[in-house]
Design a protein around this ligand. Structure first.
Ligand code: NAD
Length: 351
């Protein structure tokens, strides 16, 4: 297969971790006879420094003509002030908007060899394999906002069409997994949640009768995610609930350095990135954990290029490196931690 992969390494540890993911993709391409071309483009603080914009026009143009985007992380302390007019984060937000990336997929897998890193007991982590799908472009974050001296409002709006596409995506993924879909809302209080539920029900009944559907209130979901995480398969939820729930879920594996993500739209083009940020506190030292970015590259193979067995090959290689004790500093190694390159080497060797 021939594919153009846009490489947006960004700031901080972004270039360090994406370099290891590219090595893995190149190995897989060589082994399976694929022709992957990588084209790099600046985004985030580095793009502001060099062009004045967090998403320069050529970067956006590349995003629109590539098959998939491998994204590192953006942000530096220099741009931490939220009142600044031009900020690195705007680059990612605009990219999502321009590409219509409405679904954020965050798989939560707990690797048995690093259960000790998780704040949860090992017996709760066994069998955890969750796919959380967060609606990314609607809801309260994008609604009208008002502010007076003494009050403020944030409007939350959802349309039927916005809910429908998330339900169908979630149910399709659930069908290929363990056949369970949990729809999280607050239908006892919110009108948008009642609409959400009214859209979920007929689609599941008519189009996905083979997928088991459960509705859960957000407060209960937050609790059950810690009490019985292995019961969840695919979870769908709206933007703000998903924002909170995915961060909670990311604590199950024990390190941000183990959590990949994908942002998808209507076509096959997607944006793949680790869920962590640019980690300025460790940037430039070559000690960041590259596994989350390598696992994001596996998601890229699966969701944008349809290369399921190659994706599994990368995931198995990461699991094997962890099982053999190749741990970066964030994974509490007992001896000398592996650095970024050594962790990448370990995955490449197992590929
Ligand atoms: P962060 O995820 O960058 O770091 C949080 C902590 O986790 C730090 O101690 C860091 O060293 C550690 N960490 C993160 N990734 C790691 C890895 N791969 N290996 C080892 N340790 C790792 O979050 P933050 O400190 O809140 O934010 C730093 C910057 O990143 C900010 O500018 C923020 O806006 C930005 N950010 C960007 C994204 C993105 O690009 N999607 C996401 C979150 C934060």
């Amino acid at each position: 297969m021939k594919a153009l992969i846009a490489l947006m390494a960004g700031d901080g540890i972004g270039p360090e971790v994406t370099a290891e993911a590219v090595r893995c993709l190149n190995v897989v391409a060589r082994q399976h006879g694929h022709d992957f071309a990588f084209e790099a483009a600046p985004v985030g603080a580095i793009a502001i420094e060099t062009t004045g914009s967090p998403l320069p026009e050529p970067t956006l143009a590349l995003a629109k003509r590539c098959d998939a985007i491998l994204f590192g992380a953006i942000g530096t302390p220099k741009y931490a002030d939220p009142t600044l007019k031009v900020r690195p984060e705007q680059g990612l937000l605009k990219l999502r908007q321009e590409l219509g990336l409405y679904a954020n997929l965050r798989p939560v897998t707990c690797f048995p060899s690093v259960y000790d890193v998780s704040p949860l007991k090992p017996e709760l982590l066994a069998g955890v394999d969750i796919m959380v799908i967060r609606e990314l472009t609607g809801g309260i974050y994008f609604g009208e906002k008002t502010r007076t001296e003494t009050s403020a409002t944030d409007i939350c709006t959802y349309t039927v069409a916005e809910v429908e596409r998330i339900v169908r995506l979630g149910a399709t993924l659930a069908r290929a997994r363990r056949g369970k879909l949990c729809s999280v809302d607050k239908a006892n209080v919110l009108e948008t949640s009642r609409l959400w539920r009214s859209v979920v029900q007929p689609i599941m009944k008519d189009e996905f009768p083979d997928v088991a559907l459960e509705h859960m209130y957000i407060d209960a979901a937050a609790m059950h995610l810690l009490r019985r995480p292995s019961d969840f398969d695919v979870v769908i939820t709206e933007n703000m609930f998903g924002d909170i729930l995915t961060d909670e879920a990311s604590m199950l594996p024990g390190s941000l350095g183990l959590c990949p993500s994908a942002s998808l739209g209507t076509g096959t083009r997607g944006l793949y990135e680790p869920i962590h940020g640019s980690a300025p506190d460790i940037a430039g030292r070559g000690i960041a954990n590259p596994y989350a970015t390598i696992l994001s590259a596996a998601m890229l193979l699966r969701h944008s290029l349809g290369l399921e067995s190659e994706a599994r090959q990368i995931e198995a290689a990461v699991a094997s490196a962890l099982a053999d004790g190749v741990r970066t500093a964030d994974l509490k190694p007992t001896g000398q931690p592996a650095n970024t390159r050594e962790a990448g080497d370990a995955v490449v060797a197992r590929l």
